[in-house]
Design a protein around this ligand. Structure first.
Ligand code: URP
Ligand code: ZN
Ligand code: ZN
Length: 471
């Protein structure tokens, strides 16, 4: 199948020009000012922006967590992602404590076979246990399976939290195998005590979720992970950075030239802790971790994105329905499963309030949602750019399209939206994955199975364009 995208404003992390993109066999084959070619499908992109498909490095699809399972599977979750302009995601393949990494991978491959994705999917391994089920030898084999990032939780005591020994040993494996360490950085021991004291004092409403997880517990764990990764000589990526105290150690490490990167998520840029005070337990919709912070931290996060202290914006899409899964009256905040939705609206929100309001340039936008993610997670240059040979994962973006974000019209299975009622300007018109149209004019054109599992390259290595990799 050949596709010609004509006359769009092509924006990558480094370029911004008007031209045509010609796609053959799923890859970009030519880019030029006015290409003299005919194609089976032509997309008129005049007045539109043509950019690399976004990559979401942080989702929790069909994940068992907090006694329940997130309500998107790999079909519904990836359909929602595609409607928002995301063409690849990397999900956490969780090791159930006491079981092997091979078993975890098998479980997650079964999930994508049972509910096939419409966009491309990769896995990070979620390391929860090196004592009963997981071994260091097995951990070291995962990059050969294209799973080149190791995620560890420094919080959620009694569930998926690891101790420093497990964290440090995994860092040593990452150093030796070319993996990237990812951490959920909060001091789980301290938080566990504070939460118990809070509940014992009868403080059980959703707002206490935020008040029992002080920012310093995030900052302390962030710094601990940074120092340990430096000692182990492993590259480190800190997920869902929520506040200035956690930004600061990342800034310092990066100033020193250490191998440290951080992401924030859309919700931390737009939702503050007052959301947890919504009446009738509606505040439980905003129980995700780290919690929404006081409003002034939103500006600190924008500054960190602009100043290259933070390198990516993910969604941490972790959808639990409200009230069925999130619970209502009579519940206590600490038993509500942690997580919020967001897979579909990351680009809408960042374009409208980031690019249109002059906080970030269009190039930086592409970098934050696509190119940096591709580079850090072993997908570049196959993904994350528009260049000859790259996968034709492309979004034709209408910068003037208006939309009101709502659970009534979004495509994920969850029954609420964190950004409900927000008016945005800028949305995808056509979304292509490896040259195949998945979404066009608000219609799903693709089908389950159009997305593929992607084996990623090791940290710092390139993922060659598919054609070159074969020859
Ligand atoms: O609350 C959240 N973020 N839930 C998902 C698991 C995690 O911590 O990323
Ligand atoms: Zn987390
Ligand atoms: Zn998460």
């Amino acid at each position: 199948m050949s596709v010609l995208i004509k006359g769009g404003r092509i924006i990558t992390a480094s370029d911004d020009y008007v031209g045509d993109v010609y796609i053959e066999n799923g890859a970009v084959s030519m880019i030029g000012a006015a290409l003299d070619v005919t194609a089976e499908k032509t997309i008129d992109a005049t007045g539109k922006i043509v950019m690399p498909g976004a990559i979401d490095p942080h989702t929790h699809i069909e994940m068992f967590f907090g006694g329940t399972t997130t309500c998107d599977d790999f079909t519904s979750g990836t359909v929602a992602a595609a409607f928002g302009g995301t063409t690849s995601l990397i999900d956490f393949c969780m090791q159930a404590p006491g079981t092997s990494f091979a078993q975890a991978l098998e479980n997650y491959h079964e999930k994508i076979e049972r509910c096939p994705p419409v966009i491309d999917v990769g896995f990070h391994i979620g390391v929860t246990d090196l004592r009963e089920g997981g071994t260091l030898e097995d951990l070291a084999k995962l990059p050969d399976e294209g799973v080149t990032s190791y995620k560890l939780f420094m919080a959620y005591k009694g569930a998926v939290m690891v101790d420093d020994e497990t964290l440090f040993k995994t860092m040593q494996v990452a150093r030796d195998t070319g993996g990237l360490i990812m951490v959920h950085a909060e001091n789980g021991d301290a938080i566990d005590l504070i939460v118990k004291e809070t509940v014992a004092a009868g403080k059980t409403d959703p707002i206490w979720h935020a008040l029992s997880r002080p920012m310093e517990t995030e900052a302390e764990a962030t710094n601990r992970a940074i120092q340990l990764a430096h000692v182990a000589d492993a590259p480190l990526y800190v997920v869902h950075v929520s506040c200035l105290p956690a930004v600061e150690p990342i800034a310092l490490a990066r100033e020193k030239g250490w191998k440290v990167w951080g992401e924030t998520c859309t919700q931390y840029l737009f939702i503050d802790e007052s959301a947890l005070e919504k009446p009738d337990w509606e505040g439980a919709k905003y129980i995700y971790t780290p919690p929404p912070r006081p409003k002034e931290h939103q500006q600190h996060l924008w500054n960190a994105l602009v100043g290259d202290v933070l390198s990516a914006v993910s969604t941490d899409h972790c959808p639990f329905n409200w009230p069925d899964q999130k619970g209502v009256n009579g519940r206590e905040f600490q038993v509500v499963p942690n997580g919020g939705p967001g897979i579909e609206n990351r680009l809408h929100m960042l374009w409208t309030f980031g690019v249109r309001e002059g906080r970030i340039t269009p190039n930086r936008f592409v970098e934050l949602v696509s190119t940096n993610v591709a580079k850090l997670f072993g997908l570049y240059p196959r993904k994350g750019t528009i260049a000859p040979g790259s996968d034709a994962d492309i979004v034709v973006w209408d910068p003037d399209k208006k939309l009101t974000i709502s659970a009534a019209t979004h495509h994920t299975n969850i029954n609420y939206n964190l950004f409900e009622g927000t008016e945005v300007t800028g949305a995808p018109e056509v979304v292509l994955v490896r040259g195949q149209v998945i979404v066009e004019n608000d219609e799903l054109v693709g089908k389950p199975g159009d997305g593929q599992f992607v084996k990623r390259a090791r940290f710092g290595e390139e993922l060659l364009p598919a054609a070159k990799a074969v020859t």
